[in-house]
Design a binder for this molecule. Structure first.
Ligand code: GDP
Length: 480
């Protein structure tokens, strides 16, 4: 396995230029984007005063996934609720009204902060966590990133309006996620309210409420007049009981980012819902491709707290950058571990992105060569004059990496601009295209972009030879 100079610099938290300089002192000429082998990397790491550790990818993955909990460590945790429904049916009003039912917050003081989620404590002592972004857009986006934080969906339907397109959408999304729905029939304070009509309409979407022989809980509420909010909360807790929501609060914590931003004064701020374990100030955390030491945890009342147990929303301060909503956050045992994981994730992300855009057929080839499944690197060569094209082809074909048997295979070579047929050829063999003093025409450029074929331009023959040599050796370096 190889590592680019830039990646290595990131892992050590050193400047790329310093790593390049250090390499130069060792007689290795490489730019930030070029790859170096593991032995060279190890030397540079030592030279810069770090301790080199070689890790296998699987090792990193285990660290990210964590282990499973045993039943006796599990304790009940509050449910996490997302409010969905048609526009203007009262989602925001309901979230505001429910927020005011919190008894603990009133005693503890503090000013309501919109951090993306909040928790209410009921008179009974039970707690409910609400995601503060209503609607199915956020819900779907989070799911798309693999985050299923929502335990229960509260579907708001205005009693004076009935089931509308976004109501149906919301039902679909909740059902697709396998999340139970509780129906809040809102605006029941209005004389025009027809809650029974709502129940009837819901039938057509396979949502059968209890009163009609089904098992879907429904509550007639008014967000505006504050009617039956306690009944709605009871229904949520009842549903939670059925779901047997439990988590082990005494384990290495992980959670999900529900919102994140760059705050002028406080730096990157991520609102996190802990899923398992307890996050504490001072913990080293990785969130998505960012990491940091938790400097402070701030709750939904703007109050600093020492730790956050499962389902308690908190703002996490201290990350190096802003993660994405829906990304996973994990606590790790050391900074070097955090770097490893973020680097690993960044690489996975790059790979996923290149796979998505079709890019990476060359990368695929590199992998095959690494795995010993391929023994040659296919190249298309185009140049401005026949003489140089021949010289390049000849030199590359003679090239065999030291200690390896991987060779260059020239797919075709010729004079003139890089055309679509060159791209097609390179793509079919998962190779790359080299242009010597020529460029690709616009169609070829578009095609290369679409198909993920790499085009490299050169004006010095030596640089081609050198780069290709590096590719051949780099591809076969041992794992770093
Ligand atoms: P959202 O688009 O679903 O978030 O809906 P909003 O919470 O913004 O509410 C839309 C409108 O309905 C606002 O003018 C609210 O004042 C009003 N509204 C919300 N809940 C109630 C209610 O329970 N009764 C009445 N009469 N109006 C309500």
């Amino acid at each position: 396995e190889v590592i680019t100079v830039g990646d290595l610099a990131n892992r050590m938290a050193e400047r790329g230029a310093d790593v390049v300089k250090s390499l130069m002192r060792m007689g290795v000429m490489a730019t930030i984007t070029q790859t170096i082998d593991a032995d060279t990397a190890e030397l540079v790491v030592q030279e810069l005063g770090h301790r080199p550790v070689r890790v296998a990818e699987s090792d990193v993955e285990i660290g990210v996934m964590g282990n499973e909990d045993v039943a006796e460590d599990l304790v009940s945790r509050p449910p996490v609720v997302t409010v969905m429904g048609h526009v203007d049916h009262g989602k925001t009003s309901l979230l505001d009204a429910l927020r005011k039912t919190d008894v603990a917050g009133r005693e503890a003081g503090g000013i309501t902060q919109h951090i993306g989620a909040y928790q209410v404590q009921l008179k009974s002592g039970s707690k409910i966590t609400f995601i503060d972004t209503p609607g199915h857009a956020a819900f779907t986006e989070m799911r798309a990133r693999g985050a299923n934080v929502t335990d229960v969906v509260v579907l708001v339907v205005a009693a004076d309006d009935g089931v509308m397109p976004q109501t149906i959408e919301a039902i679909r999304h909740a059902k697709a996620a396998g999340v139970p729905i509780i129906v809040a029939i809102n605006k029941c304070d209005l004389p025009s309210a027809k809650p029974d009509r709502v129940r009837q309409e819901l039938l057509q979407h396979e949502l059968v409420v209890e009163g009609m022989g089904g098992d879907v809980l429904d509550v007639e509420v008014s967000a505006k007049a504050g009617i039956n909010l306690d009944k709605l909360e009871e229904a949520i807790l009842l549903q939670a009981e059925i779901l047997e929501l439990k988590a082990n609060p005494r384990r290495t914590a992980d959670g999900v980012v529900v919102e994140a931003k760059l705050d002028k004064g406080r730096g990157p701020v991520a609102t996190v819902l802990v899923k398992r374990g307890t996050v504490k100030v001072g913990d080293i955390v990785v969130a998505g491709s960012e990491w940091g030491r938790v400097r402070a945890l701030v709750n939904d009342r703007g109050i600093n707290v020492p730790d956050a147990p499962p389902a308690m929303p908190v703002e996490v301060l201290g990350l190096g950058g802003v993660p994405l909503a829906g990304e996973e956050m994990v606590v790790v045992d050391s900074e070097s571990r955090a770097r490893e994981i973020t680097e690993y994730r960044a690489r996975k992300k790059r790979e996923a992105e290149s796979a998505k855009s079709g890019r990476g057929s060359l990368e695929q080839m590199f992998k095959q060569i690494q795995a010993g499944e391929a023994k040659e690197l296919p190249i298309v060569i185009k140049g401005d004059v026949q003489g140089s094209v021949e010289a390049i082809s000849g030199a590359l074909e003679k090239l065999t990496a030291e200690h390896t048997e991987v060779k260059v295979r020239v797919l075709t070579s010729g004079v003139g601009a890089i055309t679509e047929s060159d791209i097609t050829l390179a793509n079919a063999s998962k190779g790359l295209v080299v242009g010597f003093n020529v460029r690709a025409n616009p169609q070829a450029r578009d095609m290369a972009k679409r198909d993920g074929v790499e085009i490299r331009y050169y004006s010095i023959i030596y640089n081609i030879i050198d780069d290709v040599k590096q590719m051949l050796t780099g591809m076969l370096s041992p794992t770093l």
